[in-house]
Ligand binder design. Structure first.
Ligand SMILES: Cc1cc2nc3c(=O)[nH]c(=O)nc-3n(C[C@H](O)[C@H](O)[C@H](O)COP(=O)(O)OP(=O)(O)OC[C@H]3O[C@@H](n4cnc5c(N)ncnc54)[C@H](O)[C@@H]3O)c2cc1C
Length: 503
């Protein structure tokens, strides 16, 4: 193995929402920063797919296999590239609601309290929205928590086909609100992501080095197991050992836990920093169902999503538990999550010629219902015979079913009263196991080292210089999308690291 002769102040592994944001935060400190990323830069044409291919081909599945609870292999829909999953995400950047940080009763149990509160995160949410140039307007959403500053950019207009539908939903007494989205104003690549707002600005500093095609395969501790001494990576097929003062993992919830598990040694026989036994456990991802509605007028099939509805977020008159969030998917020919859940269009995609499929998609509108889950230690990632097992059974399913039916009722009521479109049929499908982009948990944050992996600064309880800034730290999985909280947390941890390094 080659030993790299540079010694870095900080090594960041992964360039997604967590890693990319942290790199940007730390770059101006002048500290020597090494970023290791297993992917490469994504070609522009691959970043914004729009067309019937989205429905016909599986997109963005990593060329590797994970194994589900029955031992069946699957290739996860996850993106290894500079910017990670933010290169293919929907860029809707939502704050968790303030009550999401408290212990919240769900029908199946209590979503645990976060050891930090909304007030702790609020300044970082604001900074994150500024950094990622979020366009939005939260005034109409009754569940939106307090913002110390408004969004830096006004909300974008709804697509013409959506505006009358949004108005009609309002007339049902609901509060459709512009979905807050990160946009970078560039015509050829409009959505903001961790490459554009994180890695690119970080690389304008001489003290920052990025190595791509650099997959970290193992972490090595000192003999007493209290510090990471070496980060072993496979760089373009060559094993190289890097050393740094502080090591921050940002590989995504599954891969960060996997890396710590595979790095087990004498002092950490069950995986690094795993004396609690919680490493890899409490894996969470949202329940999601996509719903197709036939549209009265044709549309491009490629317009962006823009509407958020949180009227059922905390339940409704018939059900006093949280149900979750609704948003439109945008045009059906560009949403990769939509395309993975096989309602009518995906089935037809197998048999239909491109033109017919396009016509059908362009006469349709997509909606997505999204519900949180509870942490469950049996939902987890671990290795068995060298294979990565990904075991996840959704819980809190009644809340999700209720949300879906609630939304169908709303759509029917709108169609009945407004004469906008009338199909009476709403093909729908839940997203399958291999859609893992909303993963969180696996290394949860907490004050008690016997029940959590990370402390409040997202440092492992047991290894002094090992931190994690991806979605692993989530103690619970509320109904809103996770990326803004990952970004805000990376900014928060970045401040702690600057303090630690005297920067
Ligand atoms: C299709 C899709 C749509 C989504 N839409 C939204 C949305 O609209 N709103 C929202 O809030 N969230 C959305 N998400 C989820 C969002 O993208 C994630 O929550 C967010 O990217 C998580 O950030 P992260 O830093 O934890 O991981 P990631 O962004 O996944 O970054 C992990 C990085 O680590 C790298 N890596 C992994 N293993 C290694 C290794 N061993 N060595 C070196 N590098 C490694 C990866 O290549 C990647 O760059 C979406 C996800 C997908 C897939």
């Amino acid at each position: 193995m080659i030993i790299n002769d540079q010694h870095y102040d900080i090594i960041i592994v992964g360039t997604g929402a967590g890693g990319g944001t942290l790199a940007q935060k730390l770059a101006p400190t002048g500290k020597r920063i090494l970023i290791l990323e297993r992917g490469i830069a994504m070609a522009l044409k691959d970043q914004n797919p729009a067309g019937v291919d989205v429905l016909k081909n599986k997109r963005y599945h990593a060329p590797e296999q994970w194994y589900d609870q029955s031992g069946e292999p699957f290739s996860p829909q996850t993106n290894y590239a500079i910017g990670g999953n933010t290169k293919i995400y929907g860029a809707s950047l939502m704050r968790m609601r303030d009550r999401d940080f408290d212990a919240v009763p769900y029908q199946d149990g209590i979503a645990p309290e976060w050891p930090l509160k909304y007030a702790d995160f609020e300044p970082y949410y604001t900074a994150a929205e500024q950094l990622y140039q979020v366009h939005g307007d939260y005034q109409q959403d009754p569940t939106e928590p307090h913002h110390s500053e408004g969004y830096p950019y006004p909300a974008v207009d709804h697509e013409p086909v959506m505006q009358p539908i949004v108005d009609a939903i309002s007339r049902q007494g609901l509060h459709p609100t512009p979905l807050p989205v990160s946009l970078n104003q560039q015509g050829d690549d409009p959505t903001g992501d961790a490459e554009v707002f994180g890695i690119n600005p970080a690389l304008s500093y001489d003290n920052v080095t990025l190595k791509t095609s650099a997959r970290v395969v193992s972490l090595h501790t000192n003999p007493s197991g209290t510090e990471i001494k070496g980060v072993q990576a496979d760089v373009n097929g060559q094993p190289i050992l890097f050393t740094g003062q502080v090591v921050v993992l940002a590989c995504g919830a599954v891969n960060s836990a996997a890396l710590m598990l595979v790095s087990a040694n004498e002092k950490h026989p069950n995986g690094l920093a795993n004396h609690s036994g919680q490493l890899g456990r409490n894996l969470m991802k949202h329940q999601m169902t996509v719903i197709v509605e036939r549209a009265a007028t044709p549309n491009s099939g490629t317009f962006p999503h823009s509407v958020s509805i949180n009227d059922f977020y905390w339940g409704d008159g018939d059900y006093s538990y949280p149900m979750g969030h609704i948003e439109n998917t945008g045009g059906l020919l560009q949403d990769v999550i939509f395309a993975e859940s096989p309602p009518l269009l995906s089935v037809l995609a197998q048999i239909m010629p491109g033109a017919g499929l396009k016509q059908l998609a362009a006469r349709s509108i997509g909606w997505r219902a999204q519900t949180g889950v509870l942490p469950d230690p049996n939902n987890r990632v671990y290795f068995q015979n060298g294979k990565l097992r990904y075991e996840f059974t959704p819980n809190n399913t009644e809340a999700h079913d209720r949300l879906v039916y609630k939304w169908l009722e709303v759509l029917k009521a709108v169609e009945k009263t407004e004469n906008l479109q009338r199909s009476g049929v709403y093909p729908r499908g839940e997203v399958p196991l291999q859609v893992v982009g909303y993963q969180s948990g696996t290394c949860r944050m907490g004050t008690d080292s016997t029940t959590s992996v990370l402390d409040l600064n997202c440092r492992t309880h047991e290894i002094d210089n090992l931190y994690i800034v991806d979605s692993s730290f989530f103690p619970s999985c509320p109904g809103v999308s996770p990326a803004l909280t990952v970004i805000a947390n990376a900014l928060r941890v970045g401040e702690q690291l600057m303090h630690r390094m005297g920067a």
